[in-house]
Design a protein around this ligand. Structure first.
Ligand SMILES: [Zn+2]
Length: 305
């Protein structure tokens, strides 16, 4: 089953080979093909300490590597084809800590470079917003509101996966367009900061939100022997029962930092079909599995991008 993965840490993967060109093709395309990941995100990741210049360099490197790898990028609705078979990237931003002034101009630059989804924060607290490790009483800043309005104007989708709760609610309030949590699960199934509460999911689903199921082991289950594709599929079941299957998608957070370990059968793109199998075992029918695998994202992006 074809898959659209909303979040992969590919800037980190590319930067592991600073002297090479076409890193994605060389090290990753075979894994994507084996796992039937046709559409994947290429996230430029910033942990909270990077400057605007660092952001420019990383985003440029990601764009260049996709081009050197001979792959397509999603830049407009016309690039979203349900019958696509070639590996296709959507560029995304994870954290905008390098923006300290002129947010509109800088977001315009990120958009012009091809980024179509972005989060204002990683776990850090920056000039725009507050991530999970920041002050719980601090949310979106005034500059952050400007950034959201600019993203709305460009139809660049806002990602809330690393937002603290206050920022989540502030963004939900501010954004004129639905928002995505590209890589988060259900807090009711696994209590970690980055997973979403039922209350958050109901509110965000009411506004048309989408959530990508995150394969990060500690976000799947508190018990180590239950951190696998099958238990990740249980998050999808839970969220579909809570707010509807049309809000569920994939956002595995593959890239360069998952380590192979016992029972962990969803740590690399070539294992993606283990999750698809888990969805069938959770009782989703063929059409619903197809929706979660890629159609929900394609529909969402066609409508809002
Ligand atoms: Zn992340």
């Amino acid at each position: 089953m074809k898959v659209f993965d909303l979040h992969a840490d590919l800037a980190i993967a590319i930067n592991k080979h600073p002297e090479e060109k076409g890193v994605l093709k060389k090290y990753w395309h075979d894994k994507f093909k084996e796992g039937e990941v046709v559409y994947t995100s290429a996230a430029s990741f910033f942990r909270g300490v990077e400057s605007w210049e660092d952001m420019v360099n990383t985003v440029t490197r990601v764009k260049d590597d996709i081009d050197q790898s001979g792959a397509k990028r999603i830049l407009s609705k016309e690039d979203l084809k349900e019958d696509e078979t070639d590996i296709t990237y959507i560029m995304t931003i994870e954290g905008m800590c390098g923006i300290h002034d002129n947010p509109e101009e800088k977001i315009q630059w990120l958009y012009d470079m091809g980024n179509r989804i972005g989060s204002l924060e990683w776990n850090d607290q920056n000039d725009l917003a507050t991530g999970n490790s920041g002050d719980p009483a601090r949310g979106l800043t005034e500059m952050g509101r400007q950034a959201i309005r600019k993203m709305n104007e460009l139809h660049m989708i806002v990602d809330v996966s690393h937002a603290n709760e206050k920022t989540f609610w502030d963004i939900l309030d501010t954004s004129a367009l639905p928002i995505i949590a590209t890589h988060s699960n259900a807090k009711a199934k696994c209590f970690v900061e980055r997973n979403l509460t039922d209350q958050q999911m109901r509110a965000w689903a009411n506004k048309g939100g989408l959530i990508g199921m995150n394969a990060c082991d500690s976000f799947i289950h508190a018990e180590k022997d239950k951190r696998d594709a099958r238990h990740l599929a249980k998050h999808a079941r839970y969220i579909a029962d809570l707010v509807g299957v049309s809000h569920v998608a994939c956002g595995f957070d593959f890239g360069a930092y998952y380590a192979e370990q016992k029972n962990y059968d969803i740590f690399s793109p070539d294992q993606t079909q283990n999750f698809i199998q888990g969805l069938y075992e959770e009782g989703f029918n063929e059409e619903e599995v197809r929706d979660i695998a890629y159609r929900n994202v394609i529909r969402f992006l066609r409508e809002y991008m």
